[in-house]
Ligand binder design. Structure first.
Ligand code: SAM
Length: 282
């Protein structure tokens, strides 16, 4: 039986009601499912943290290849379904929790996970907060293979001087190498979402892409620059509460024209600027 019919059977059998507010669009396309699992490059030494297993379709495929799968599902009505669909996989553990509230490193330590990959068909309403949480908290993972809205995938890989380029691009590119894996149409899900999706893979870098003295300052400068993306850096950075003298001196030493707009700066330029500001403040 194909995964579409299996999914429909399970939904019917358990009288499961899809909860739109939880981003419940279940994957029913075998080809995309295989692409996700292949891109994760799982083997007997790898562990997976899956966010939002739904009825466990992707979870089962990963459990066949990985050593251990920890699946974090917020919806308690899915837990009895998962108990049944995952019954034959002793290497899967389901945690009924909100992925935005868990401590990933605590789970990794407690479950003694090595070589950890986060794999998920992410609930779209929390895509950006989940990615940001994992990267900002320094979760000890190797990579993330995630299905997200295509528009968010475009923002993640965006280059300077494009409409898509912004804080999310810089956050992800600072921490990771990024590859696009697949474009996914709406009819690969039940119920179909309103937007197109994409699978991307983010490999967490051992050493960050650029050397930054003060990460908090680096991201504060980026946020201030993109909060007013149409304004010059000179104007946008005023909101930081740092003296004009320090900012102007730092821009000059970093070789950045204060009349440029924040959306034109490369990650290397943001690093140079924030390091100069940090130097002046120290
Ligand atoms: N993995 C399944 C698949 O591919 O068919 C389901 C994916 S569905 C897009 C998103 C899943 O994430 C749903 O099962 C939903 O209940 C769950 N979810 C939503 N918000 C969550 C959160 N904050 N933490 C954990 N799971 C969440």
């Amino acid at each position: 039986m194909g995964i579409k019919s299996k999914t429909m059977d399970i939904v019917k059998h358990f009288e499961f009601k899809f909860n739109k507010n939880l981003g419940q669009n279940f994957l029913i396309d075998e080809n995309i499912l295989n692409k996700i699992v292949d891109a994760a490059e799982l083997n007997e030494n790898s562990s997976v943290i899956e966010i939002g297993p739904g009825i466990g379709t992707l979870t089962q495929e990963m459990a066949k290849r990985a050593k251990k799968v920890i699946a974090i599902e917020i919806d308690k009505t899915l837990i009895p379904i998962l108990d049944e669909t995952l019954a034959n996989y002793p290497n899967i553990k389901v945690i009924n929790a909100d992925a935005l509230k868990v401590d990933f490193n605590e789970i990794i330590e407690k479950e003694q996970l090595d070589n950890v990959k986060v794999v998920a068909n992410l609930p779209y309403y929390v895509t950006t907060p989940i990615i940001a949480k994992i990267l900002n908290e320094g979760a000890k993972i190797k990579s993330m293979i995630i299905m997200i809205q295509k528009e968010v995938a475009d923002r993640i890989v965006a280059k300077p001087d494009t409409d898509e380029y912004g804080t999310l691009s810089l956050l992800c590119q600072y921490h990771c190498d990024i590859k696009k894996v697949a474009k996914v149409s709406q009819n690969c899900f039940v119920p179909p979402p309103k937007v197109e999706s994409a699978v991307i893979r983010l490999d967490v870098l051992d050493k960050k892409r650029v050397d930054v003295e003060d990460e908090k300052l680096f991201f504060n400068i980026i946020k201030a620059a993109f909060n007013m993306r149409r304004k010059t850096l000179h104007n946008a950075l005023k909101t930081l509460g740092i003296s004009q003298d320090i900012l102007e001196g730092a821009m000059e030493r970093a070789g950045i024209d204060a009349k440029r707009r924040g959306e034109t700066l490369s990650i290397e330029e943001y690093a140079a600027l924030s390091n100069e500001v940090s130097f002046s403040l120290s």
